[in-house]
Ligand binder design. Structure first.
Ligand SMILES: [Fe+2]
Ligand SMILES: [Fe+2]
Length: 157
């Protein structure tokens, strides 16, 4: 059974562009994993399009802000894209199982990459722009549902 992924606020890093791209990654990856064999080629192509834009935008950000340890992050993007392209060729030959295996690896890889490499980039970018670490506001679903008046003011609680 391959791993799956779901969007959760713990994935937020505190940079609007990066966070939107990451939410899109989760959405597109879930669509590939939910696809039947007949839709797989099309949805996988959409994932590749996403990965190119996602990695390009972060690579550009690292170059523009002269992020010092950018090479290892850019190399990881390139390696993931290379594997994804190899699988596209296999999928064109009908190798559906390989594509599904890769998707399991990709959704397992993403949170680790995001926590280690993307978060370091976001800290760097926000620090150089704002002079501080990002402030991340995460919704706390359990506290919102408590019936003790501790919910959002004016939200009926
Ligand atoms: Fe990313
Ligand atoms: Fe990245």
């Amino acid at each position: 059974m391959n791993a799956t992924i779901e969007w959760e606020d713990d994935l937020l890093l505190g940079h609007l562009g990066v966070d939107r791209m990451h939410e899109e990654f989760v959405e597109v990856a879930r669509a590939v994993q939910a696809a039947g064999d007949a839709e797989l080629v099309e949805r996988y192509a959409a994932l590749l399009d996403h990965l190119r834009r996602h990695f390009e935008s972060e690579d550009r950000m690292m170059v523009e802000t002269e992020f010092p340890p950018r090479q290892c992050h850019m190399d990881e993007h390139a390696a993931v894209l290379k594997s994804a392209l190899e699988v596209e060729a296999e999928l064109a030959n009908g190798n559906v199982a390989l594509c599904r295996d890769l998707m399991g690896e990709l959704v397992g890889w993403f949170p680790r990459h995001s926590q280690h490499l993307d978060s370091a980039l976001v800290h760097w970018v926000n620090k150089s722009r704002l002079g501080g670490k990002p402030v991340i506001i995460k919704r706390n679903i359990s506290s919102l549902s408590r019936d003790d008046g501790a919910g959002i003011p004016g939200n009926g609680g």
